[in-house]
Structures are given as C-alpha cells and as structure tokens.
Design a protein around this ligand. Structure first.
Ligand code: GN1
Ligand code: MG
Length: 352
C-alpha cells in the first residue's frame, strides 16, 4: 500500500487523496489494480516489459494518438495513460514501470452472446480505424517488430521446424498444412504492397472492448499496446478469427470449429460501416483474406512456439500450443472451404 501511494504521489491530481487498491480483471500480461476513492476510480497497471520490450515506443505511439488525434470525436472512450508530474505516461518505481488510466464503467465479454454484439464490436473497431486516418502511420513505431507480418511468421516456422530435434506424426500433419500456405502468403504480400498503412489496433478481440452495462453500446476500446501502423486486414481479420469461429482458440472440440457465415456477415457489415468512406478498392478486397491471414499467423505462432518449447504463450499442459495450432488449422481450412460463400456476402455488403 505504501508503494502504491508512492506511485500515485507522482500524479498531482491525486495528491492528498485516500485510495483503496485491489487486483482487477483477468488480463494475463500486465498486473492490473483498481484504485478507488469515494469520488474517483483509476486503473493502475504494472507494465510487463518481458513481452513488450520497447515501452518507450508504446509511450511514443500513445503520445502521437493524444497529440494528433481528437479522442473526443470518437463515440467511445480510448483510455490513453494519464501523464505523471514529469509529463510521462510510464512511472518508474523501484525499477518497475507503472501506468495510470481513467476507469471506464461497463462490462467485458469473453464471447459474444448474440450477433448484434458482433456488429457493435466490428463497427467500433472500424470507426476507430476511420478516426485514425488523419494520423500518419509512419509516425508510429513498431511496439512489437513485424508483429503481423505473415511472411515473417512463415519463415519463423520453417526455421523452427528445421531446428527441431524430431517431428512426431501428429506434428508433421500440422506442419505440412502450414507449409502448404505459400499461396496465402503471396496474396498477403500483394496486399501489403498495394494497401496503405493505417492506424490499427492489432488485437481486436471481443474482450478488448468495454460495453455499456446494457450491452447495446461500446463504451471503450482498451489494450492499446499494439496500436501502431498496419493494414486494415489485421483488425478485421482478428475479429473474424476470434468472433466468427464456433469455438475459442483453446478449444479441442475439433468438429465444431468452423466459420459461422451469419456472424461473418455481421462483422463485415459493422466494420464496413466504419471504414467505407476511406477504404481503397484493394483494402476492400483485402478483407476477404483477412480472417485467413490472421488465423494463419496465429497458427504459425502457436506451432513455432510449440516447437521451441513454449517460450512465449503460457500453456496449461505441454501440448497446448500444438493443440492451439491444430485448432487454428481446422478453422483456417473451414474459411478456405467457404471462400465462395464469404465472397458473396462480401459482394452484397460492399457492392463491389
Ligand atoms: C496475445 O495476451 P493477449 O490475449 O492480449 C497476443 C495476440 C494473440 C493472442 C492469442 C502481444 O494477446 O497477438 O492474438 O495472445 N499478444 C501479443 O491469444 O503477443
Ligand atoms: Mg492484448
């Protein structure tokens, strides 16, 4: 508690106030605490700099967002870290880094409960991308280098596979599937060359939104550490990957892992409403392979991590990253089998 006061003392607007502090939420990366006084609430985060090795780049990106973008024009909150008495968003205390955020009231969902929530979620992320169009993407720095570069993730798997001591039969089938995705990598590279870099969130899962308690409106977009320059397809694709699948990425329920076209339709409707006035033809087309690209990236990451001994993703049992890679493989196959159907939905929505 004394430590907490020492940290909070570095924010002049909190001076002389009495606060309670309790652990908060279910985030796995940063330590999160709710700071509460009778008349105000804040979120204090202990920053994890083993996952995010470049905290100053994130601070830079948040600074650019606050400086160049008018956050008040967004129909929801974008809680950027508050600045301490030295004007920094990161507060160093005994060698650890902390950040303070305004608390946003509401609820988070781990999964959608109805298709309207898919629409609300994707519209919020699309609206965010549109809002960010005034900010030059090249002013942003890469908080995690090459984060969503499919061709790089592909090369990483090739390398991890060549260095693996042995490859079991079950692993071989999954490895061969991912190595057969060269055509997808090539299409991605074409879009990388033809689409503009935008401000993207890069982690557009449903639980990175705070909904109002009624669940009828998005109150905030959170988890802004991977906010940087990127392609629109990254944000739309991660929505497809995580919201349009019948199961979560940890599921072993292989038979139920399939694209839900009705949810894909809601997601595309919402995202398109957000971005249609700025999207180039190439960007519109890129949304068609977005879900495939992001599912493939995550499968490649899980599988490479499995081969390298689970050094990045936390596992509950030794084979879990292999199973996550298998899960993503089945979901990717499902999207590829349904390409024609998804394209029809896309044509109806975009009118292209
Ligand atoms: C990580 O920790 P979380 O859930 O915010 C990862 C994402 C992956 C996700 C898969 C910085 O996100 O890219 O989509 O796991 N974030 C980072 O569950 O690697
Ligand atoms: Mg995250």
């Amino acid at each position: 508690m004394e430590q907490i006061s020492a940290i909070l003392n570095q924010y002049s607007f909190l001076e002389g106030k009495k606060y309670q502090c309790n652990p908060f939420g279910s985030g796995l990366i940063h330590g999160t605490y709710l700071i509460e006084s009778p008349d105000s609430k804040f979120i204090l985060q202990e920053f994890n700099n083993s996952v995010f090795k470049y905290p100053e780049r994130i601070a830079h990106n948040h600074f650019i967002m606050g400086e160049k973008g008018d956050v008040s024009k967004l129909p929801f909150a974008l809680p950027l870290p508050r600045l301490n008495n030295s004007g920094d968003s990161l507060t160093n205390f005994e060698g650890k880094l902390f950040r303070l955020f305004d608390f946003v009231k509401g609820v988070t969902l781990q999964e959608i409960q109805n298709s309207n929530q898919a629409h609300l979620a994707s519209k919020a992320y699309g609206t965010f991308a549109f809002w960010g169009k005034e900010i030059q993407a090249d002013e942003m720095q890469e908080s995690i280098p090459k984060f969503h570069r499919l061709e790089w993730r592909f090369e990483n798997l090739e390398k991890a596979a060549s260095e693996a001591k042995s490859i079991e039969k079950e692993e071989k089938e999954i490895l061969d599937f991912y190595l057969s995705q060269k055509t997808l990598v090539e299409s991605y590279k074409e879009f990388l060359a033809s689409c503009p870099q935008r401000i993207t969130h890069n982690d557009t899962k449903i639980n990175n939104l705070i909904f109002e308690e009624s669940l009828e409106k998005v109150a905030a977009i959170i988890d802004l550490d991977t906010l940087m320059g990127g392609l629109l397809l990254y944000d739309f694709g991660d929505l497809v990957r995580t919201v349009a699948c019948g199961e979560q990425e940890t599921s072993l329920n292989w038979d139920n892992l399939a694209i839900r076209p009705a949810i894909f339709e809601k997601l595309l409707t919402g995202y398109w409403e957000g971005i249609k006035d700025m999207a180039t033809i190439e960007e519109a087309k890129s949304l068609l392979i977005a879900g495939e690209v992001m599912t493939c990236i995550m499968g490649l990451r899980f599988f490479s991590d499995h081969l390298q001994g689970n050094i990045y993703y936390r596992v509950q049992y030794p084979e879990q990253n292999l199973h996550r890679a298998k899960n993503q493989m089945i979901f990717l196959k499902s999207q590829q089998e349904q390409r024609a159907l998804l394209k029809n939905i896309w044509k109806n929505i975009t009118g292209l």
